[in-house]
Structures are given as structure tokens and as C-alpha cells.
Design a protein around this ligand. Structure first.
Ligand SMILES: [Cu+2]
Length: 699
């Protein structure tokens, strides 16, 4: 077995593969890095990937196309906003984020709307342009404006090795590659869900015009490589070959929509399970990518024991699924490369993807199909993960840095010369922390609007300059942050809330800063105050080594307000959160139950071979400790990768060495007259007043 796609063949093969995703041309700029150019036309189409027709965002007519790039090449990717002109009234426009890329030296192109650039408006375009200095591996691209990701704007992103350059350690041996791109899927649009989430949660604040708060609820289906049957619920119950006979009354139906399943039509010629075809005797690298908006999932391969070899594009110590719980747990935003040997009697085997933690969440199924046998659904019961809980603590802690990579780093191997930027960091000894950041997570009600939010250190984050991109403001005036600092005393009044509606609409421009000295993780009791909503920035200097201690506090611990709509109930649960950091990878030192206690837990942290990742799980009712180096001037968002949690404020922005920002590109998208931020109170009158009468898909 040779390594796949060696040398120049890799580039050619990647080009051929990438053609489907819209490659325009590959050129070489005078003596510089090769340039890879793409045109992406984003359209709103009606499609039925899981058999249910709904509006879907597609790229060049495809749902979730794969983008391939080569380490060392320059990517020039032009995004055309070809959405319908009546959509923008509740749609902010488009942006694309390169999930897992550190983007060192290219902060302007990281793609978080209103942080790096204003969204691309209908009828206009923007060219992302940067050199790919990321190690070969598995990543993801996705929309990072509004809720585009949940409407389908996401896909695999694969970095191929630079031809002729030795990597620090050899790639694992395999014959061919496959991708499992996992997404949870709703039968309504992201905007419709977001509007309901923004209505008052507090029943006392609900009015006739505001409408009542409603949760996104469980997704209706799970897509694997953009395909699925939402009726797979019968398989989940253990039935065989009854995949499409579910009763529609189990599913949430959008108001006014028909509950009749549109099984076949011109735009839905037939939905199907994804067939992952393999040849007996061959070994496959399967790139598992989770783009989910809500679900933590468990991926099981019937009859095959896969081996995890990389996490978030960094090699890990190989570990078999059988040494875990038999399956591979993957949180939103994470990627695992696994080796699968087609070593069974040729046939058809289930690949099951099961939503965890949320009762009633759906399952998705694909078929591992051996070449040469008939393509049928397996006659066996699809594998289900066992019911051990909590999953996160069991698996993520067992996934550690590759010992071969650590040895290569310690030996100062010549191979490190070819290592891309953040892999070089993984090859170096982990530096001692110089700064501690304690992040308390709560789920408060906003006192004035009654909106339900996720807060980090009592601030529900939003990006709220007056219709400009934050990076623009900071580039023009590096002192913008200190000039706009809000004194915590100005709004954190005990027992009350000075936060105004205007502030919650995102017009205050206030900034909250929180840092503790590097004197060990303090664990203060949060003050009994109501939360605020606003821009949440944390300034960092170049070279800061930041140790992040993040912990889950019950609901609204900050003010003891556990109200829920309706009498007699209380709200004190916490949830798991996949935390994702832009512009960096971090060492994951450990996680555990309860509150982080430095006296007890510090000694348990893994400083020997911690994994180096970009997305890690904060466990339900627990804590996680991360460490990263501030070495990338820019504004980088740190957020929960569950789309609804991020939308509800679980984010802040690192303002890193902002006096060293690179030159601003001239072609950044202009900002529109009216900007749409996550905390805008999206009631029907609000939308009509701000954006006109023809609300798109108003629930
Ligand atoms: Cu979350």
C-alpha cells in the first residue's frame, strides 16, 4: 500500500476533484506560490436532501461541496451572493469561514461577519485571498453570517500536502479516502428558528406583537454527505428495512406547510442513503466531519473496528474505537480521521450516526457497501451506541497527541522544516501560561427584554459596532478598544440591570474586558447581578500564553433568577458546549465534573501529551482547561459551535496584538445601511419596521 496521491499527482488529482466545486483556473503568479482560483455562486434553491422539501443554500448548485487546497498554495475564492432580492430583509448577507485554519497573517479573510468584514450583500461578491499555511488534514468551510450554516452552507475542506516537502511524520498508510460529512437538519430555515429564539422567554415580557419564545427543538433528520431519510426513526427503534414508513405526525411541521411528505417531485427525484463503497482488502482513511448546529453525535461502523489517527487535522496517538465505547463520538466543529480496513465478508453494513444528550434526537444512516455485491440496505439491526454517559468525558480525554509527533519535535527532526505554521507549534514544547482566563458560563434572562441568552462572565456576546466590521474600527484606531471600554460598574448593578434595549439591539459599542493575573485560577463567586449584552472583547499582547479555565454554572447563577415561562418550574440545568477558537489551535489539558478546583484538579491536567485542537468539549455540569499562545495579530472569535448557543450570545472576541495588524485589503465588502445582529429582537413589527413589509419566511 502506498501513500495516496504522492507528489505532483496530488495537485492534479485535487484539481480534478475540485473542479466540481467550481475551480476556475490554477496559475502561478510570477515565481510565487501557485494560485488556486474558485468561483462560488451561492443560491437559494428548493431541495429535499432528507426527502423533505425546503429552501436550501447551495454552492454552484451543490449542497455541501468539498473544497480541496494544497499546503503552500494561494487560495483565491470569490463568493457571489446570488440569493433572491426579497431575502435580505432578514438575511444579513454571506461570509465564509475556513474552520480549523489558523489564518496566520490573514485576519481579514477569516470570514466571521461583522468581526472581519461586513457580510456580502445580495448581488455582490467578495474574493477571499490567502496563502494556505495549514498542515495537510481535514477541515471544514462554512457560512459565518446569521444562520447560513444550518441552511446548508457548509462542506468539507481538505488540505493536501505540499508536493516534494517532507512532513514531520509519515502520513498513515492507506489505499483510498472517503468522507463522512455529518449535519443535523431542520425542516424550516435558520432565520425562522432564530426569530423565535429572540422573542421574550420571560412570559411576563411576551406581548401580542412580540410573540412567544420557542426553542429550535431537535432537528428532524441527520444528513450524511448531504443525503438521508428523515424517516429513519424506525431504524432507530430497531426495525429492519422500514426506513421510510414513519408517521409524519412525529415531526414538527412549519406553520402553513403541508404535513404530507413530498416524497418525489421535479426537485426531489428520490432521496437515498449515502453509499460508502469500499473494496475488500483495502484500507481507507475516512474523514469524519461534524457540521451540526445542535447535536453531539456518535458514529458507529457495523462490523468494522476503526482507528482514530487524527483529531482536528493534528495526528493523535492511534486508538481503536473498540478501546473507547465501540464508536466514535464527535462534537460540532470537530473532525476525526479514522482508518477503516475493509476486512469483512463482502456485503452491506450500517454506518449509524446517533444524536446524543437530547432525548428524541434523530439518527442518520449510511451504508458501507462492498464493491461487487448488490446495493441493498443491510438486513441487520443498525448498531446503536451503548447508553454510557457522559460521553464527552470518556472519549475526548483518551485522545492524546501522537507520540511520533512528540518524538519528531523533541528530535528537532529535519522534517519539521516542511511543517505548516500551527503544526510547528504542536512540535514545540508547550510553554508555561502567563495569563489565566476564567470563563463562567451561564444561561441568563435579560432583565429588560426577557430574552434568553448564553453568557460568558455575565456578558451575552454580540458583535455590535454601528454597522461596521470590528477589525476595521480597530485597524483605523488601535486605541478604539480602550476608548470604548465600559466600566463594569456602569452596567453591573447588583440586583438591577442598567442594560438598555438599545444596548441589546447592538448599538452601544460598549466593550467588556476581563482578565486575571497569572496567579492561579481564581474561582470567585459571580456577583449577584443581571447580565448585559454587548460587544465582548479581550485584548491580548503578542506572546501571551493564555490558560483558559471554562466552567458551567447552573442557568442564571449570577442573579439567582431561574424563571421559566409558567409557574412552579425552575431552570437550573447546564449543557455541553463544543468550544471553537478562530486563529489558533489550543492544547486541551483536561476536563472534569463540577467546578474547576485548582487545588484538586491542577495536578490532574495532562501536560505530557495533550491533544492540539481547535474545538473541545466543555462537559455538561463540568469544566475544561485549554492553553494557547497569542501569536496571531487579529480579531478572533471564541465561541460555542452549537449554532443556537452562539446565536444566543455564547461568544467573545480576542483582540490580539492589534497594533500589528496587516494592511487592510481594499476589496472588503461594503457595509449595508442596516446591519442585522444576533440579539436584534426579531419580532414581526421589528422586522417590518427595520427591513420592510415582506418578511421572508416569518414564522
Ligand atoms: Cu453551547
Amino acid at each position: 500500500m502506498g501513500r495516496p496521491l504522492p507528489g505532483a499527482a496530488a495537485t492534479l488529482a485535487a484539481l480534478l476533484l475540485a473542479a466540481a466545486a467550481g475551480t476556475v483556473a490554477a496559475a502561478r503568479a510570477g515565481g510565487g506560490a501557485p494560485v488556486r482560483m474558485y468561483d462560488w455562486h451561492v443560491t437559494l434553491d428548493v431541495a429535499a436532501p432528507d426527502c423533505w422539501q425546503r429552501p436550501v443554500l447551495r454552492v454552484n448548485g451543490q449542497l455541501s461541496p468539498t473544497l480541496e487546497v494544497v499546503q503552500g498554495e494561494e487560495l483565491q475564492l470569490t463568493v457571489y451572493n446570488d440569493l433572491p432580492s426579497d431575502m435580505p430583509n432578514v438575511h444579513p448577507g454571506l461570509s465564509v469561514h475556513w474552520h480549523g485554519f489558523d489564518m496566520k497573517g490573514y485576519p481579514w479573510y477569516d470570514g466571521t461577519a461583522y468581526v472581519e468584514h461586513c457580510p456580502i450583500q445580495v448581488g455582490s461578491s467578495f474574493t477571499y485571498r490567502f496563502r494556505v499555511d495549514e498542515p495537510p488534514g481535514t477541515y471544514m468551510w462554512h457560512g459565518h453570517a446569521g444562520n447560513d450554516r444550518v441552511d446548508g452552507l457548509a462542506g468539507p475542506l481538505i488540505v493536501r500536502p505540499k508536493p516534494g516537502v517532507a512532513q514531520p511524520i509519515p502520513a498513515p498508510q492507506y489505499d483510498e479516502e472517503r468522507v463522512l460529512f455529518i449535519d443535523d437538519w431542520w425542516h424550516t430555515t435558520g432565520a425562522a428558528i432564530a426569530m423565535r429564539l429572540n422573542r421574550p422567554f420571560d412570559a411576563n415580557r411576551t406581548t401580542n406583537t412580540s410573540g412567544a419564545w420557542a426553542w429550535a427543538n431537535n432537528p428532524q433528520g441527520i444528513l450524511i454527505n448531504g443525503r438521508g431519510y428523515y424517516g429513519d426513526c424506525k431504524l432507530n427503534a430497531g426495525g429492519v428495512n422500514t426506513a421510510i414508513n414513519c408517521s409524519v405526525d412525529q415531526y414538527w411541521v412549519p406553520p402553513g406547510a403541508s404535513a404530507v411528505q413530498p416524497w418525489a417531485s421535479a426537485v426531489n427525484p428520490g432521496c437515498a442513503h449515502e453509499n460508502v463503497t469500499v473494496e475488500a482488502g483495502k484500507t481507507y482513511l475516512v474523514r469524519i466531519i461534524s457540521a451540526t448546529s445542535l447535536l453531539y453525535t456518535t458514529v458507529c461502523f457495523e462490523g468494522h473496528d476503526v482507528t482514530i489517527v487524527a483529531a482536528d487535522a493534528v495526528p493523535v496517538e492511534p486508538i481503536k474505537a473498540s478501546a473507547l465505547n465501540g464508536c466514535v463520538d464527535i462534537n460540532s466543529g470537530q473532525r476525526y480521521d479514522v482508518l477503516l480496513k475493509a476486512d469483512q465478508q463482502p456485503g452491506n453494513f450500517w454506518i449509524s450516526v446517533q444524536g446524543q444528550f437530547r432525548p428524541g434526537s434523530p439518527s442518520g444512516y449510511a451504508v458501507l457497501h462492498y464493491k461487487g455485491v448488490n446495493e441493498t440496505l443491510p438486513a441487520t439491526k443498525a448498531p446503536q451506541p451503548d447508553s454510557k454517559q457522559p460521553w464527552t468525558l470518556e472519549q475526548e480525554a483518551q485522545i492524546v497527541m501522537s507520540s511520533a509527533l512528540l518524538q519528531a519535535g523533541a528530535a528537532g527532526s529535519n522534517g519539521t522544516a516542511g511543517a505548516a505554521a500551527f503544526l510547528k507549534q504542536a512540535l514545540s514544547p508547550m510553554p508555561a501560561a502567563t495569563l489565566n482566563m476564567l470563563l463562567n458560563i451561564t444561561q441568563p434572562l435579560m432583565n429588560q427584554t426577557g430574552q434568553l441568552r448564553w453568557a460568558i462572565n455575565n456578558v451575552a456576546g454580540q458583535v455590535s459596532p454601528p454597522c461596521q466590521a470590528l477589525l476595521d474600527l480597530v485597524k483605523k484606531d488601535p486605541r478604539w478598544i480602550e476608548k470604548n471600554l465600559a466600566s463594569p460598574a456602569a452596567y453591573n448593578q447588583p440586583g438591577s440591570n442598567a442594560s438598555t434595549l438599545g444596548k441589546e439591539e447592538g448599538r452601544s459599542g460598549k466593550v467588556e474586558v476581563f482578565l486575571t493575573a497569572a496567579d492561579g485560577a481564581a474561582n470567585p463567586t459571580p456577583p449577584p447581578v443581571y447580565p448585559t449584552a454587548g460587544t465582548h472583547l479581550v485584548p491580548l499582547k503578542r506572546g501571551d500564553v493564555v490558560q483558559v479555565v471554562m466552567q458551567n454554572l447552573p442557568a442564571n447563577s449570577n442573579n439567582g433568577d431561574y424563571r421559566i415561562p409558567g409557574p412552579g418550574a425552575s431552570r437550573n440545568a447546564t449543557e455541553q458546549h463544543p468550544m471553537h477558537l478562530h486563529g489558533h489551535h489550543f492544547w486541551v489539558l483536561g476536563s472534569g465534573n463540577g467546578m474547576y478546583d485548582p487545588a484538586k484538579n491542577a495536578a490532574q491536567l495532562n501536560t505530557k501529551n495533550p491533544p492540539f485542537r481547535d474545538t473541545a468539549t466543555l462537559p455538561k455540569n463540568g469544566w475544561v482547561v485549554l492553553r494557547f499562545v497569542a501569536d496571531n495579530p487579529g480579531l478572533w472569535i471564541f465561541h460555542c459551535h452549537l449554532l443556537w448557543h452562539e446565536y444566543m450570545g455564547m461568544l467573545f472576541v480576542l483582540a490580539e496584538a492589534v497594533d500589528e495588524l496587516p494592511r487592510r485589503p481594499r476589496n472588503l465588502p461594503p457595509c449595508p445601511e442596516t446591519c442585522i445582529y444576533n440579539a436584534a429582537p426579531w419580532t414581526k413589527p421589528y422586522v417590518q419596521e427595520k427591513f420592510g413589509k415582506s418578511g421572508f419566511e416569518l414564522p
